[in-house]
Design a protein around this ligand. Structure first.
Ligand code: NDP
Length: 520
């Protein structure tokens, strides 16, 4: 199926088709000069040197040099598809966004899945969280849900993000992935807030078999409001209708050699064969009063909301049924940012989310340029956009609003939304001095409780799941050069559960023995 998005490309040339290609298929240089030979180069005689005037060759080679845009720093490696979100349940008491206003309503969307730490060409089957980002082309503007496949994250202070991601990447000297860097960061007392995410990452769910077989989570609390002005904190869960399927570490390592693009292939081929994957979208909601009674902050990205207390409430279905026509144009250039939101869906004060509100759009300005929202996949499709102040800049390709004034003031002709949206009742009130504040200086017991719950109450239900968590941590931490670092890993997981610590210690010791290293 042809992707309708391409049809929206504003191309001034009548002889272009919807994909921006000449209908007559006559090959030209990039300025449209028709070529009469594919590979002929202008030279002096048959075998003499080439001429600088040969624009066809220069055009070809010069553009080739510029084919790559900077890959995303985290989330470089990804796959994606188009589809739709369909409302199945009324949530008008929670959210007034137009995309939810009618049961059965469908909103077109694009979803990009990704790994986090690896480069663009890295293998699909790595133990790494997965990104799960969706852009909805709603009638009220584009809404991006920039989520992950795990419900929590490694940190809750956004200032730590660059340091943390660096430790998941390559050592600056060796240019190798480095287990010591990885565990040095994560076992530092202040950074042990990552323990919950680590227990999920090293559990059976750490390596999804495909993007179709994993869930997505908002992770953060968002603030959604209804048309009466009442608001709730909301967490979104996007649960796979295909069920969860994952690889063991050993299977994943073998597949990384045999078919490193297996998840990409799986998504593309299933959609191509009409086997469209779907997910059930649900929300958890919490009032401000309820949030004050939590044993942790509602803005703490390392915590989940217990489902017995905050049950899942279904909202709709996400279906991906259309492959991109062009991967670079529609997936590599798809630019997701949590700051892209629509009325009645707001960010909360979660500091990591607040940091992301800046960092994501900024990353795309760097990768694609300040006009990245003019790229068709990023354009607000339903009603377009108009803002006479957003002008010029590199790669402005939409006509730049023509002769419209480049400023406005109160008596200018431009219109703003007349009907005001209801003011939210009972706004959060923030007050206090502007001070530098580091949330975590040392992870406390409260930061371990949910990891312990996962280990004892969720994993223990599955045959051998606890042992596999220990095995997955041990085989990774055994790569640390020093036994001191390995001991730090054991000590940290012992705080989750004594048995878990013991199991990790035993297996690291055994691997050390076979590598000629001292036991722990
Ligand atoms: P519940 O028993 O109500 O829910 C357990 C949740 O854990 C389910 O959503 C289940 O997903 C998920 N799960 C099962 N195995 C794993 C795994 N290896 N890694 C990650 N998630 C897994 O429990 P609570 O809400 O009381 O939470 C208990 C623990 O469950 C938490 O401490 C947290 O670690 C984990 N969890 C909780 C979530 C939440 O939103 N409350 C979300 C995800 C995990 P499924 O439905 O697919 O089986």
């Amino acid at each position: 199926p042809t992707n309708n998005l391409s049809a929206k490309m504003s191309c001034p040339m009548k002889n272009f088709d919807v994909n921006g290609v000449r209908k007559d298929r006559i090959v030209t240089t990039s300025n449209g000069y028709q070529l009469n030979s594919s590979f002929a180069t202008q030279r002096v005689g048959e075998h003499g040197p080439l001429l600088l005037q040969d624009n066809a060759l220069l055009d070809n080679l010069a553009h080739f040099n510029r084919e790559r845009i900077p890959e995303r720093n985290p989330h470089a490696h990804g796959s994606g598809a188009f589809g739709y979100f369909e409302v199945t349940h009324d949530i008008s008491d929670i959210c007034g966004s137009a995309m939810f206003d009618t049961i059965g309503k469908k909103t077109k969307c694009v979803t990009r899945f990704s790994t986090v730490g690896g480069e663009k060409g890295s293998a699909d089957t790595v133990r790494d969280p997965r990104g799960f980002a969706t852009k909805f082309y709603t009638e009220e503007g584009n809404l991006d849900w920039v989520y992950n496949a795990t419900p929590v994250f490694f940190l809750r202070d956004p200032s730590k993000f660059p340091a943390f991601i660096h430790t998941q990447k390559r050592n600056p000297q060796t240019n190798l992935k480095d287990a010591d860097m990885f565990w040095d960061y994560l076992t530092t007392p202040a950074n042990q807030v990552a323990i919950h995410q680590l227990c999920i990452l090293f559990s059976d769910r750490g390596i999804p078999q495909s993007y179709r077989h994993m869930h997505g989570y908002s992770g953060h609390a968002y603030k959604w409001s209804n048309k009466k002005g009442e608001w709730h904190y909301v967490q979104v869960h996007i649960k796979s209708d295909q069920g969860i399927k994952c690889y063991t570490s050993e299977e994943a390592a073998a597949i990384a050699g045999r078919d490193p693009d297996i998840c990409h292939r799986d998504l593309f081929e299933n959609i191509e064969n009409g086997n469209a994957p779907s997910w059930t979208v649900s929300i958890q909601t919490m009032t401000e009063e309820e949030s004050k009674k939590l044993p942790f902050s509602v803005f703490d990205l390392t915590k989940v909301w217990p489902q017995s207390q905050f049950p899942l409430r279904p909202v709709g279905k996400l279906v991906l049924n259309e492959n991109p026509q062009n991967f670079f144009a529609q997936i590599e250039q798809a630019a997701f940012a949590p700051s892209n939101t629509v009325p009645y869906q707001e960010a909360s004060a979660d500091p990591v989310l607040q940091g992301r509100l800046f960092a994501y759009a900024d990353a795309q300005r760097h990768r694609i340029g300040p006009n990245y929202n003019q790229v068709p996949v990023n354009c607000p499709m339903a009603k377009g956009f108009f803002n006479p102040l957003i002008r010029d800049g590199a790669m402005n390709v939409n006509g730049n609003f023509g002769s419209e004034s480049n400023y406005y003031n109160t008596n200018s002709k431009y219109e703003f939304l007349e009907q005001s949206r209801p003011i939210q009742e009972h706004q959060e009130i923030w007050k206090g001095p502007a001070i530098p504040y580091e949330w975590v200086t040392s992870a406390g017991d409260v930061d371990f409780i949910q990891a312990t719950n996962l280990y004892r109450k969720v994993l223990s239900k599955q045959d051998g799941a606890q042992g596999r968590l220990a095995h997955n941590v041990a085989t990774h931490a055994a790569n640390c050069k020093s036994t001191d670092m390995q001991k730090r890993v054991v000590d940290m997981f012992t705080r989750v559960d004594q048995q878990l610590g013991n199991d990790i210690k035993t297996e690291i010791s055994s691997i050390n023995s076979s590598n000629g290293k001292p036991k722990l």
